[in-house]
Design a protein around this ligand. Structure first.
Ligand SMILES: [Zn+2]
Length: 132
C-alpha cells in the first residue's frame, strides 16, 4: 500500500473510530480504496457484505462528502439497506451531501432500529452505484 492510499484509507477508518466513540458497535469491516472505473466514472463507493469500497473521488471532495459516502456504504454493508430515495443518506444519487450531524443522526437511527430488531439478516452484496 503506498503512502497516498494509506492516508486515504486512514480517513475512512477515522469515521469507523468516530462511530465507535459514539457507542456504535460495528462488525469488522473491510475497507478498500479505489478509483472509479472508466465504465462507471461516477461511482463514489460500493458497499455490501461487510465490505466497503470508497473511491478517491469521494475522499478528495470534502469531509462532509466523504462522511456521507462512507455512512451510506456502511448502511448497505452492515444493515443490508437498499436505496431509499426519500432518505437524504440512502438516496441512490448524491446531489448535496448531508451535514455531519444529519448524516450521523440518520446512521444512528438505522443502527438503533437494527439493534432493536432481532432478526436474521441475510447479507448479500448490494451493488451500489451511487452517482454524483
Ligand atoms: Zn448505495
Amino acid at each position: 500500500m503506498n503512502d497516498v492510499t494509506y492516508k486515504m484509507r486512514r480517513s475512512v477508518i477515522e469515521i469507523l473510530y468516530t462511530a465507535k466513540s459514539k457507542g456504535i458497535i460495528l462488525p469488522r469491516i473491510n475497507v478498500r480504496i479505489g478509483e472509479s472505473t472508466h465504465n462507471y466514472p461516477n461511482v463514489l463507493g460500493v458497499g455490501g457484505n461487510h465490505n466497503i469500497w470508497i473511491t478517491k473521488k469521494a475522499i478528495d471532495r470534502s469531509s462532509n462528502y466523504l462522511l456521507h459516502v462512507v455512512l451510506h456504504e456502511l448502511c448497505h454493508a452492515i444493515f443490508n439497506l437498499p436505496h431509499n430515495e426519500s432518505c437524504p443518506l440512502m438516496a441512490s444519487v448524491l446531489d448535496k451531501p448531508c451535514t455531519n450531524s444529519q448524516a450521523w443522526k440518520i446512521f444512528e437511527g438505522y443502527y438503533y432500529e437494527d439493534v432493536r430488531t432481532v432478526r436474521e439478516i441475510h447479507y448479500h452484496a448490494s451493488k451500489c452505484a451511487m452517482a454524483s
